[in-house]
Every structure is written in structure tokens, then in C-alpha cells.
Design a protein around this ligand. Structure first.
Ligand code: PLP
Length: 387
């Protein structure tokens, strides 16, 4: 397709592009040479230790995805049919699926229009005698109001499972996200800040969960204790599944974790360039830029814009596509999805979620994106609003 400005002549800018940035390839080759490719090898150990130390997390277990970490969290919380778990509807399906797999009802709560995070003021009215946990999702690496969420969890004796899939390296009141809840889940999917293709981690912040977390992670066996010489039999001791990623995945991830500061600095620079260069359009009332409260520091996971409405959002995405720029939207609210409707929800129940999900556009943001490419995207957005 062409457009009057002829920007199709330039090389296209994809929405996302995963890349190796450090020693990933060397470590994968080392893993192969080591002759250990299953789960819980030396690279997995290094990744876990690095995350534990960097964020002062008592126990980190690598998983093959954040989805898997969320499923482990649901098993650890021992939720089942008749129980409810409070979460936003504006999130990825895995946040809800992990609990629905256990027969538990997700109790969807609306979001704040400024951060698009769960509205902490609406949580208390969603608590009832069936509630077992609150699952805050730190959208775009901006922290949910953890002070209030932890206060409510304490008051009603609920678990907090942070869906920190997007939030590695971000902070709330100076404390890393993923260290507040009894359990937290991170993602290393190729679309996240640090990647291993597919990948994730469960942070176990509560000591009482550590032993069972090991068992669930080890397919329901006491293999961990057996390897440590604590027990003399390797046997089935509880429920569990296959959650450990292969050593190939862990080796790649270790290369990324070592370069976390470099990756973060690059993303932050690109994020700030977008933010500055789009300020005039916000001032002119054309669009709204992302908001990060003063007491939060985000991790430049997503750069998004809020357009006036759905029609304008679709037109902008189409215009950018004509310019060879990949832009995307998300999420179809879980409560209005076909599965959400089967769980008893209807469109119209969560007005802020429904409105924001129609207005949101994500712009390209990845390690290899250049400043010049960001400025090209910004220019295309300006052109769109001039017409
Ligand atoms: C990416 C993401 C997930 C799922 O992560 P995977 O590693 O792909 O399973 C879950 N929740 C949120 C909020 C996400 O952004």
C-alpha cells in the first residue's frame, strides 16, 4: 500500500523484535557441551540465584512461562470450586486461566483510567466469604497501589499473587514489584523486556510456601530434597507438574539477565523519546500519553497512547501500517470475551476497562529499535493527527 507521504520506501518497523544482546549464544552452546539439558541445571541455578540476590527474594523458581508460574501460584494457594479470586479484566488470559483451571471464579474489578491498573478503591466491595486472593497486574510495569492492596489482603486474610509479567525491574515506593505478594509471577516471553523465547519465574516471598513450591515444580516429587541428601528416596509426595524450563532456555535467559541494566537503559531512552516527542499532541488534546504516579518507577515495558475512541484507534493503527510501522492493541476485556460470558459476565459491567481497551494503541518498543526509528513513528503519529 502507498500513501501521499511515500513513507513506504523506508524499511518497515515491526511492532516487536526479539534479539540476543550478550552471551546468550555462547551460553546455549555451553549448556549443550555440559551434557545437561533438562530442568534445574547449572544455568537455571544461576538465573534463580541472580534474581534472588538482585531483588532480595527468598526463593525464585524458573518456569517455562509466566502462565506456568501463575498456575503454580493457584496450586500453592489451594483454591478450588466455590472460591473466588479478585483481578482486573484488563489483562492477559493467563491471569484468569490459572485459577479457572482449578474451578475458581475470577472476580473482575474495573481499572483506574490513569494507570489502567486495578482500581484499589473497588476491591473491598468485591470481597466476600468466598474470596481467597487478590491478583494485581502491574500494567506496563507501573505498580498497582500495593499499600492499599496489602492492607486489604491483611484485613480479610487473603493471599496476594502479583502478576508481575511486565514488571521486572520496576518499583513501587522504592521497593521492587514482585516482592509484595506471597507469590509473584514474571514472564520472559519474547515480547517482554528480558526474554528467553518462552519463559517465566515464580517468586516465593513467603517462607511457608517454599517446600511445597519445590514439590509442585518437581512434578509432585521430593527430588529437590533427594538431591540435597535430606531424604533417601525420590518419590511422589504431592500434586505437581512439569514447570521447569530446559537448560537451553535457562542458558539464553542467563545471557539476558546479565545484560539487564543495558537493556533497561536502552528501553528507557526510547520510552522517554516517545514521551517527549508526543507531549505536544497531548497538549493539543489529540491523545493521552501513559501516566506513571510519582511514587512508582516503571521499567519502560510498553509505550502506549490513548486515542479518542475505537474508530480513531483503528484508523491510527491502519495509517501506521501503511507507513510500515507495526502498532498493536490489547486486551479484549476478559469479562466481555466468550469465556468471560460463560463465567457469567456481560459487556457493560466494567465501563473503564471497556473504554480504555478500545482506545489503546501500543507503539514499537524493543532493544534494537533506534532513536531515529522512534522519531519516524512519532512523525507518522503527527501526520495522522494533522489529517
Ligand atoms: C505476558 C503476560 C502473561 C503471560 O506470560 P507468558 O510468559 O507468555 O505465559 C501473563 N500476564 C500478563 C499481564 C502478561 O503481560
Amino acid at each position: 500500500m502507498t500513501n501521499p507521504w511515500g513513507c513506504v520506501d523506508l524499511e518497515s518497523i515491526p511492532f516487536n523484535k526479539p534479539s540476543a544482546v550478550g552471551n546468550e549464544k555462547q551460553y546455549v552452546a555451553e549448556a549443550i557441551a555440559n551434557g545437561h539439558l533438562g530442568g534445574d541445571g547449572p544455568f537455571a541455578g544461576r538465573c534463580q540465584q541472580l534474581l534472588q540476590q538482585r531483588y532480595s527474594i527468598p526463593k525464585v523458581l524458573l518456569t517455562h512461562s509466566c502462565t506456568a508460574a501463575l498456575e503454580m501460584a493457584a496450586l500453592l494457594c489451594e483454591v478450588g470450586p466455590g472460591d473466588e479470586v479478585i483481578m482486573p479484566s484488563f489483562t492477559f488470559v493467563s491471569t484468569a486461566n490459572a485459577f479457572v483451571l482449578r474451578g475458581t471464579q475470577p472476580r473482575f474489578v474495573d481499572i483506574r483510567p490513569d494507570t489502567l491498573n486495578i482500581d484499589e478503591k473497588l476491591i473491598e466491595e468485591a470481597v466476600n466469604e468466598h474470596t481467597k486472593a487478590i491478583v494485581p497486574v502491574h500494567y506496563a510495569g507501573v505498580g498497582c497501589e500495593m499499600e492499599e492492596i496489602m492492607r486489604l489482603a491483611d484485613k480479610y486474610d487473603l493471599y496476594v499473587v502479583e502478576d508481575a509479567a511486565q514488571a521486572l525491574g520496576a518499583e513501587y515506593r522504592g521497593r521492587p514489584l514482585g516482592t509484595f505478594g506471597q507469590l509473584s509471577c514474571f514472564s520472559f516471553h519474547e515480547t517482554k523486556n528480558l526474554i528467553s523465547g518462552e519463559g517465566g519465574a515464580l517468586a516465593v516471598n513467603w517462607a511457608e510456601f517454599v517446600d511445597r513450591a519445590d514439590i509442585i515444580h518437581q512434578k509432585g516429587t521430593n527430588r529437590k530434597q533427594f538431591l540435597r541428601g535430606v531424604v533417601d528416596k525420590y518419590t511422589w509426595v504431592g500434586v505437581g507438574s512439569s514447570y521447569a524450563p530446559s537448560e537451553l532456555t535457562a542458558a539464553f535467559l542467563y545471557g539476558q539477565l546479565q545484560r539487564q541494566d543495558v537493556i533497561q537503559a536502552a528501553r528507557m531512552k526510547l520510552w522517554r523519546t516517545y514521551h517527549q516527542a508526543l507531549a505536544d499532541l497531548e497538549q493539543a488534546g489529540c491523545l493521552i500519553r501513559p501516566h506513571c504516579p510519582e511514587h512508582c518507577s516503571h521499567n519502560a515495558h510498553i509505550y502506549y497512547l490513548l486515542t479518542a475512541n475505537l474508530t480513531e484507534r483503528q484508523a491510527l493503527i491502519e495509517y501506521l501500517a501503511q507507513c510500515g510501522i507495526g502498532a498493536a492493541f490489547h486486551y479484549i476485556p476478559l469479562h466481555s470475551s466468550p469465556m468471560g460470558q460463560r463465567l457469567g459476565y456481560r459487556r457493560g459491567q466494567l465501563p473503564v476497562t471497556e473504554e480504555m481497551s478500545e482506545r489503546l494503541v501500543r507503539l514499537p518498543l524493543y532493544y534494537e529499535l533506534t532513536e531515529a526509528e522512534v522519531l519516524r513513528v512519532v512523525e507518522a503519529v503527527h501526520e495522522f493527527y494533522q489529517n
